[in-house]
Design a protein around this ligand. Structure first.
Ligand SMILES: *[C@@H]1O[C@H](CO)[C@@H](O)[C@H](O)[C@H]1NC(C)=O
Ligand SMILES: *[C@@H]1O[C@H](CO)[C@@H](O)[C@H](O)[C@H]1NC(C)=O
Ligand SMILES: *[C@@H]1O[C@H](CO)[C@@H](O)[C@H](O)[C@H]1NC(C)=O
Ligand SMILES: *[C@@H]1O[C@H](CO)[C@@H](O)[C@H](O)[C@H]1NC(C)=O
Ligand SMILES: *[C@@H]1O[C@H](CO)[C@@H](O)[C@H](O)[C@H]1NC(C)=O
Ligand SMILES: *[C@@H]1O[C@H](CO)[C@@H](O)[C@H](O)[C@H]1NC(C)=O
Ligand SMILES: *[C@@H]1O[C@H](CO)[C@@H](O)[C@H](O)[C@H]1NC(C)=O
Ligand SMILES: *[C@@H]1O[C@H](CO)[C@@H](O)[C@H](O)[C@H]1NC(C)=O
Ligand SMILES: *[C@@H]1O[C@H](CO)[C@@H](O)[C@H](O)[C@H]1NC(C)=O
Ligand SMILES: *[C@@H]1O[C@H](CO)[C@@H](O)[C@H](O)[C@H]1NC(C)=O
Length: 872
């Protein structure tokens, strides 16, 4: 052996011995311990046949048991157990703590129940603990904080309760996933403790019972945090601006909470954000322009909040956007054209249920990847641009309840993949194009309440009347029988005959007169037929499910007086629970014995069938049947409004409800705006203008969020009756034209009812809302009116006549006076002028109130928008 050989073998020996010394020596006792521990662990489990068989095979070494992996450094010591998704049930046995080499325990997606053993904290090498999707209960054991190597901790989708421990000692923690348990937060101080976890990339605590406010220390979370999910809890308060410090954030889910205030502009610092979801909160103010800095965004969901103002133009920089949802807010500007240049939109663009106005620009044709476009329920106008047909992958197009005019563009022929098309409740005209019948995927077509005319196409979807809605278009006729649409055969014949008449004219004149006589006779008969079978209002709209007397008796607990919530001249109103409806409902039962009640039911049905607006009460269903004695029984079922009617809020003393808080000025502004929008809709945006005739505080209902709904259409009238056959019913109604105090003076002089009459009632209502005084208050003593009373004090002594609770806060009194009260009173006075022609239109009124709300909110956003706080 050479000298060199000796030297090299010496080095090998030396390095080998170093390796042996550097790792703990596993003795045969340890092996036996691990085997015993595994068997102890298994003894608490039961699984489907086969899964744990190898664990009882005496001839198999435990390192080969199913799901067991032994350490490479220390052979025959258990390093990992992976029994995910094996259908195992049982308890996690505390003996597992004896597997001192265990780094990974993966038991997710099984049926482990019981609590998490505190002994898990003894596993000092543990790196990954995955217990997600089991049925574990109880607390997260604080001893886990001793497992200082923990980096991935997953406990999603169990039934864990209690507080989230301070995980701050787990310096290696990278991912913490506690979603979908029943965890609570005492004071959110666990967030500041997490600032110690500097490697944290994912924090998921969504779907728990966390309440209280987000702490400012949220900005001290790790700067490498990528996912922050706190959605679906009960978190209130503002979004702390410090959230802008989390520069690595890619997904921020805060939706489905009770957050208030505005979105802090600092959100614009989160340059890596891909998903931002704050939908379904109570956020308000303007959407900050800085949102345009988030150029990696693909999903932006701000729907179902109280945002106002405009859509930020800066969004044009977000050229990766696939989803933009701003629906159900109070946005009230034009839609910036730039929005329609974002050709990355693919899944949805939803701007519905706002107050957006103006037209849709040609640029809309850039949205060539878009599947769903919804701009319904706004005040958009103009023609539908023909370029929209370039969006050939569109599957759903919802434009209903706007002011669009013109005809359906011919280019729409390209939208052959469309499945749902809703253009109802606009001012569209022209023919219904034949090609719609050729769209084979179309299964829901709504063209109702427009001015379409001509022949209804006969093919494709038009063969199936149940998926096409065309009512409320007076000029349509059909070649085949379609309910509610007259046949056009006579007209067609007439046209054809007309052509032949030209020829006939030249030949024999007497035949013309015969033809004319025949024709007019035919027309006479045709008209006559319509009159004989009057087109009485059909209450059975197909969407509404008819219910029986029995259902209602059950729902109201046999018309128990405990359930009675109101009564009027024609009807009693009960609250109750219907089986087919989750929420409580209000049931209006007509006293058919009273003269006029039957017509009131018909009138209300007909009205409700034709109106739909967010500030009008929604009908759930109706009942037209017979009661236990066989007599006619008619009822309407509405959403139940938990906050009752406005009268009980304005005059709590009269209602023994003195625990009701005084309404804040902002609530009052919002209520008047809601009512103004509803009236504007009835007067100007309905297919046929409608006059309410009985506006007063007890007819205005408030939901939990204090949104106002106009109610009671028993006296409502169409301005010019669409259905001639219906005139009889309306004139035979008793001459009730509203309620004392709110009836315009001209009705007393038996002038015809008009929209200006509603404007008067609105003016009185507005003065009542601000002064807190009913027009029938005894101080007026019949000698003066609420209008005169306020007019005399206006403007210098106005503080003496308004509701004193409005000026309690001295700091804000001047502001409130100048920005809200004076301008509102001005509107109230002009609306309640004695002469109809001196009163404004509801369209102008709603615009003016909207301006008051907006301009005042710009001056002091916070105080005016903390509505939610002031209610709860
Ligand atoms: C035990 O394992 C050995 C080796 O994989 C196998 O041949 C034998 O069938 C198993 N015995 C039982 C009872 O499953
Ligand atoms: C959960 O386990 C079931 C079978 O037990 C399996 O079908 C399912 O795919 C698993 N789910 C996940 C998310 O692993
Ligand atoms: C660990 O093993 C020892 C000796 O076998 C035993 O006494 C102890 O109870 C075990 N620990 C747990 C937590 O099961
Ligand atoms: C934890 O388990 C879930 C469900 O089986 C799985 O989707 C997830 O990838 C697992 N995570 C880790 C880190 O093992
Ligand atoms: C949550 O767990 C339940 C059963 O425990 C399972 O049915 C459900 O699919 C799980 N949900 C998720 C999102 O993993
Ligand atoms: C962590 O371990 C130390 C010493 O092993 C022990 O004193 C302490 O109580 C443990 N902490 C927890 C929270 O279990
Ligand atoms: C954060 O780390 C510091 C120092 O490492 C330690 O003293 C402190 O207790 C830790 N905080 C928490 C909440 O664990
Ligand atoms: C955030 O961390 C900084 C520096 O460690 C500290 O000064 C500040 O008080 C912390 N902020 C909060 C809100 O905890
Ligand atoms: C509806 O369109 C007609 C013309 O087709 C127009 O005269 C009328 O003013 C429009 N109505 C509304 C409410 O825009
Ligand atoms: C409908 O489709 C048929 C056959 O594809 C075609 O002949 C007809 O012209 C189409 N009609 C319209 C109105 O596009």
């Amino acid at each position: 052996m050479s000298y060199l050989g000796v030297l090299s073998s010496g080095i090998v020996w030396l390095s080998l011995s170093t390796i042996f010394i550097s790792i703990p020596l596993a003795t045969s006792d340890d092996h036996e311990n691990d085997r015993q521990t595994l068997l102890c662990f298994k003894s608490q489990l039961s699984g489907p046949t086969g899964v744990l068989d190898s664990w009882s095979n005496a001839s198999l070494e435990f390192c080969s048991w199913h799901g067991v992996i032994c350490s490479t450094q220390s052979p025959r010591r258990v390093a990992s157990i992976d029994l995910a998704s094996e259908g195992i049930s049982g308890f996690i046995s505390p003996c597992i703590a004896n597997l001192t080499f265990l780094t990974r325990l993966q038991l997710s997606n099984n049926s482990f129940h019981g609590s998490i053993p505190s002994e898990l904290g003894l596993l000092s090498q543990l790196n990954t603990l995955n217990l997600s999707t089991n049925a574990l209960e109880g607390f997260i054991p604080p001893t886990l904080l001793n497992a200082s190597h923990l980096s991935l901790l997953y406990m999603r989708n169990n039934s864990l309760t209690g507080l989230i421990p301070f995980f701050g000692s787990l310096k290696n923690l990278k991912e913490l996933m506690l979603s979908y348990n029943k965890l609570e937060a005492a004071d959110w101080s666990f967030i500041s403790s997490l600032s110690n976890c500097s490697k944290m990339t994912k924090l998921l605590i969504d779907g728990n019972n966390l309440n209280g406010k987000l702490p400012h220390s949220i900005g001290n979370l790790s700067s490498s945090l990528k996912w922050l999910w706190i959605r679906d809890n009960k978190i209130s308060g503002n979004i702390p601006p410090e959230i802008g410090n989390l520069k690595s954030l890619e997904m921020l889910y805060m939706d489905y909470n009770l957050l208030t205030g505005d979105i802090p502009p600092a959100i614009g610092n989160l340059h890596n954000l891909v998903v931002l979801a704050v939908a379904q909160n109570k956020l308000s103010g303007q959407i900050p322009d800085t949102i345009g800095n988030l150029i990696k965004l693909t999903d932006l969901k701000l729907d179902r909040n109280y945002f106002s103002g405009g859509i930020p133009v800066t969004l044009e920089h977000c050229t990766q956007l696939e989803i933009l949802n701003l629906a159900h807010n109070s946005l009230d500007r034009r839609i910036p054209n730039q929005i329609f240049k974002i050709s990355s939109f693919s899944q949805e663009l939803d701007l519905s249920h706002n107050y957006l106005y103006g037209g849709i620009p040609e640029e809309v044709g850039n949205l060539i990847n878009l599947k769903k476009l919804s701009i319904s329920d706004n005040r958009l106008s103009g023609n539908i641009p023909s370029t929209l047909s370039q969006c050939v992958v569109l599957e759903s197009l919802e434009m209903q309840s706007n002011l669009f005019a013109g005809s359906i563009p011919n280019s729409f022929e390209n939208l052959a993949g469309i499945q749902k098309l809703d253009i109802s409740r606009n001012n569209m005209s022209g023919k219904i194009p034949d090609f719609l019948g050729n769209f084979s995927l179309l299964y829901d077509l709504n063209l109702s309440f427009n001015n379409f005319d001509g022949e209804v196409p006969a093919d494709g979807i038009f063969r199936n009347a149940s998926v096409v809605s065309m009512e409320g278009n007076n000029g349509l006729c059909a070649r085949t029988l379609i309910e509610g649409i007259p046949l056009c055969s006579t007209q067609v014949h007439r046209k054809r005959r007309h052509k032949s008449l030209v020829l006939v004219l030249v030949i024999v004149i007497p035949i013309i007169s015969i033809a004319i006589i025949c024709l007019s006779f035919a027309v006479f008969l045709w008209r006559k037929r319509i009159q004989v079978k009057p087109n009485l209002p059909q209450c059975n709209e197909h969407k509404l499910k008819n219910i029986t007397y029995g259902d209602i008796a059950k729902a109201t607990n046999m018309f128990s007086s405990d359930n009675l919530i109101g009564s009027g001249s024609f009807a009693m109103v009960y609250k109750g629970n219907l089986e087919l409806q989750e929420d409580e409902v209000a049931i209006k039962i007509f006293n058919l014995g009273t003269y006029g009640a039957h017509n009131s039911f018909i009138a209300e049905c007909e009205t409700l069938r034709n109106v739909r607006h967010r500030n009008l009460v929604k009908i759930v269903t109706l009942c037209s049947s017979v009661d236990a004695t066989g007599a006619d029984f008619k009822a309407l079922v509405f959403q139940y409004m938990r906050n009752g009617n406005l009268d009980t809020w304005l005059h709590p003393k009269d209602h023994e409800l003195s625990q009701r808080k005084a309404l804040t000025i902002c609530q009052r502004v919002n209520i008047t705006l809601d009512v103004a929008f509803a009236l504007d809709y009835l007067h100007n945006q309905c297919a046929t203008p409608l006059i309410h005739c009985d506006l007063k505080p007890s007819n205005i209902l408030l939901d939990l969020d204090m949104v106002a709904y106009v109610n009671d259409f028993g006296l409502a009238r169409f301005k010019c009756n669409r259905l001639t056959a219906n005139q009889d019913t309306s004139t035979s109604l008793p001459c009730l034209k509203g309620s004392i105090g709110y009836i315009p003076p001209e009705y007393g002089m038996s002038k015809d009812i008009s929209t200006k009459g509603d404007v008067y009632s609105f003016g009185i209502l507005l003065l009542e809302i601000i002064t807190g005084r009913s027009p029938t208050d005894e101080i007026f003593n019949g000698s003066t009116t609420l209008h005169e009373f306020v007019d005399r004090a206006f403007p210098n002594n106005i503080s003496k006549v308004i509701d004193p609770t409005l000026l309690q806060d001295d700091l804000e009194a001047t502001d409130v006076m100048e920005n809200y009260i004076i301008p509102l009173i001005k509107i109230g006075l002009s609306c309640s002028m004695p002469l109809p022609k001196e009163r404004p239109e509801m369209g102008q009124v709603s615009t003016m109130i909207l301006e008051i709300k907006n301009s005042a909110s710009h001056r002091h956003v916070r105080s005016s928008y903390d509505l939610a706080d002031s209610i709860s």
